[in-house]
Design a protein around this ligand. Structure first.
Ligand SMILES: [Zn+2]
Length: 391
């Protein structure tokens, strides 16, 4: 290991309108929108798993003039590739690049929870460095023993990814501390630990990462606490960590994982549909028991330099709610695109809502909708919602 980690190669040119997650989130940390410099905002990273999901995200980015961040997990890449994540990577990136070419906004593609601790995972990280604009090197947990990875090992593995990615202009996100919860096979963990400030200083200096996911109390998945309780994030620790990071390099961006804010209107909509069909699988209460993180808490994190907010669970729930609704409306439609369109439109609504609350609009062009008039409502079609708020 050389003493000084390689700097991110800023001379790298990407396909039209593509850039790194770091350059977009740095703009957000500096509060840059259009030609103005205002309030700090954040990029919700959308975990896309289908081509329709990518379409939904692009529609939302274009309507709002947002900086766009599309995240792919290993299991999503497998899904795109019919079981082969590297093939999935090829087709998904080709699709995004073609879409971006016609875009009026800037887009970054990011590998979520890249696993550099196993042979299979390493192949995906290596291929992602060639095809995406940003990768996460998640080495905070030993995937075999399911315990926290020793700090020096986490540093060593993450540094390997930085050594490979930074010279090619690909930004790297590291993870320090362990996040509990489960969204899918990529994120499962039964325990969590807060990020230790002393570890943070060493980790940032020795790895050279420009993006870091510390743990300050967020949790993966839809059950972030006991039903009826509220998740409390350690915002004081977040500010303490930001101070340390800024001393090393004020271009370091923090990333919030497991920060999904569930929508009460989506839960109500799902429960209403389940009631109409007499709750055939007996999951009504499960829906009501979902616990997310309040947006006010996330807002506090944006102030502490968390400019990439991973958001997935609420988008999945929105999709699922819309699917339940479409089955109630008509479950004899033979054209499966009809169901697909209902779910994609719902997903687009969810994405628009997230971009608005994160303040990620008017960045590359003026927004095409009146954000104050946008009303997220699964009882109304996207077309009709836009009729009210299109400028
Ligand atoms: Zn995560």
């Amino acid at each position: 290991m050389t003493k000084i980690p390689p700097k991110l190669n800023l001379a790298r040119r990407f396909p039209d309108n593509m850039t790194t997650a770091h350059s977009l989130t740095l703009k957000a940390k500096n509060g840059e929108k259009g030609n103005s410099k205002g309030e700090r905002y954040a990029l919700p990273a959308f975990n896309v798993t289908t081509f329709q999901g990518i379409n939904a995200a692009f529609t939302a980015f274009e309507l709002l003039g947002s900086s766009g961040l599309l995240a792919f997990s290993n299991s999503a890449l497998k899904h795109f590739g019919g079981g082969d994540p590297v093939f999935g990577l090829e087709v998904a990136t080709a699709y995004v690049e073609k879409k971006a070419k016609k875009a009026t906004v800037k887009i970054a593609t990011h590998l979520d929870h890249g696993d550099y601790t196993s042979e299979g995972g390493r192949k995906v990280v290596q291929a992602s460095v060639q095809m995406l604009t940003s990768v996460m090197a998640d080495n905070s947990t030993d995937k075999v023993t399911k315990t926290a990875m020793p700090l020096s090992k986490n540093i060593e593995l993450t540094r390997e990814v930085v050594d490979m990615a930074h010279p090619l202009g690909i930004s790297v996100e590291g993870e320090l501390g362990v996040l509990a919860g489960e969204e899918d096979e990529d994120t499962k963990s039964e325990f969590s630990t807060y990020t230790n400030p002393d570890d943070l200083d060493r980790f940032l200096r020795e790895t050279g990462v420009l993006m870091l996911a510390p743990t300050i109390g967020t949790m993966h998945g839809p059950n972030k606490g006991k039903p009826g309780t509220k998740v409390k994030l350690n915002i004081t620790l977040a500010h303490e960590l930001l101070k340390i990071a800024n001393v090393i390099n004020d271009e370091i961006i923090f990333v919030a994982h497991g920060a999904s804010t569930l929508y009460p209107n989506v839960v109500n909509y799902a429960v209403t549909q389940l009631d109409k069909m007499s709750d055939p699988s007996g999951v009504r209460q499960k829906w009501l028991d979902f616990v997310g993180t309040d947006w006010e808490q996330i807002q506090g994190l944006i102030g502490a330099g968390f400019c990439k907010i991973n958001t997935d669970t609420e988008n999945r729930q929105t999709f699922l709610s819309a699917l339940l609704g479409s089955l109630i409306t008509d479950s004899a439609k033979i054209d499966i695109r009809w169901y697909d369109n209902v779910c994609t439109d719902a997903l687009t609504q969810s994405y628009i809502q997230k971009l608005i609350v994160a303040g990620n609009h008017d960045v590359w062009q003026e927004t095409k909708i009146d954000v104050a008039k946008f009303k997220f409502d699964l009882n109304v079609s996207l077309k009709n919602i836009l009729k009210v708020c299109l400028i």
